[in-house]
Design a protein around this ligand. Structure first.
Ligand SMILES: [Zn+2]
Length: 292
């Protein structure tokens, strides 16, 4: 077995099973500190996973799709605000791993020249209906190289077999001086050290890699890209923390939708919680702004 990032062959064993009880090892590289699954699923198994109904919403179920859109709204707006603060309107932006296209729709509304790519046939079909009149492809090779001012990849690198290779490929689709904005789950997430059950829940079959800022920066360097800025953001609510601490279980999705309305006191609590974690670098997501 070789480390996905540095090719070292010595590891610490971190866990023997994943969420749902599947017997796959989680190992930490003794050289670069990268955490990954072993054995890894094949490319074919990964592709198949994103073609099943369990992870993709059938087109007929409009209600479920709109629930999902509400559920993701805060994240969609956060991502769109972030890109809008860095990239001028009218620029060409590619969202790699565009899922159902919620971000594409929001960026089109904001007057960006947005395109999307997602490996899943079902998701791209849903995205095409959901975000009509936007270029959405299943393969990067359907697009022209060196044609984007900005490429976003929110929660993508942890799903792929070759994160450094993907960064190198994405780089070839950027215009000279173009920017790459990536987000991955943060292995330094505060809940991992706080709640043992959360740790058991954290390792999952879809996530081949578990990055923190250090291992993610290593990938950026190895891909020949320049890291401009690293920052942290807490995606999940303070109610998720409370659910884990009190009930040893995640926050139910219905609660997320309910609290999306944000009464004043709740907003205050949320903001302080999220700010604290971002400062401490222990929020659940880490972002990087990268230059080609
Ligand atoms: Zn390594």
């Amino acid at each position: 077995m070789k480390c996905l990032l540095c090719k070292n062959t010595e590891f610490d064993q971190i866990a023997h099973s994943l969420r749902g009880g599947e017997l796959i090892n989680v190992k930490k590289c003794l050289k670069c500190g990268h955490v990954q699954l072993y054995p890894l699923p094949t490319e074919k198994e990964i592709q198949e996973r994103y073609e099943t109904a369990a992870v993709s919403i059938p087109q007929s179920e409009k209600k479920r799709l709109s629930d999902k859109e509400v559920f993701s709204l805060r994240d969609t707006i956060y991502n769109a605000d972030l890109v809008s603060s860095l990239i001028p309107k009218g620029a060409t932006v590619l969202d790699y791993g565009c899922g159902y296209g919620f971000f594409l729709k929001e960026m089109k509304k904001r007057k960006y020249n947005i395109s999307g790519v997602d490996i899943s046939t079902i998701r791209t079909a849903v995205a095409k209906k959901n975000a009509s009149k936007i270029e959405i492809k299943q393969n990067l090779t359907d697009l022209s190289q060196k044609s984007f001012d900005c490429i976003t990849a929110f929660h993508v690198l942890e799903h792929v077999r070759d994160p450094i290779g993907l960064l190198i490929t994405l780089k070839s689709y950027l215009k000279p001086g173009g920017r790459l904005i990536i987000e991955v789950p943060n292995l330094d997430d505060h809940l991992i050290s706080l709640v043992p059950e959360y740790k058991d829940f954290y390792w999952k079959i879809e996530h081949l890699s578990y990055f923190n800022a250090k291992t993610l920066a290593y990938c950026v360097r190895k891909a020949g890209l320049k890291l401009q800025k690293t920052f942290y953001y807490q995606r999940w609510d303070i109610f998720n923390l409370m659910n884990w601490v009190l009930r040893r279980a995640p926050q139910p999705p219905a609660e997320v939708v309910y609290f999306a309305e944000r009464p004043k006191l709740i907003s205050w609590l949320q903001n302080h919680y999220k700010e604290y974690l971002s400062k401490n670098k222990t929020a659940d997501a880490v972002f990087m702004v990268i230059k080609s």
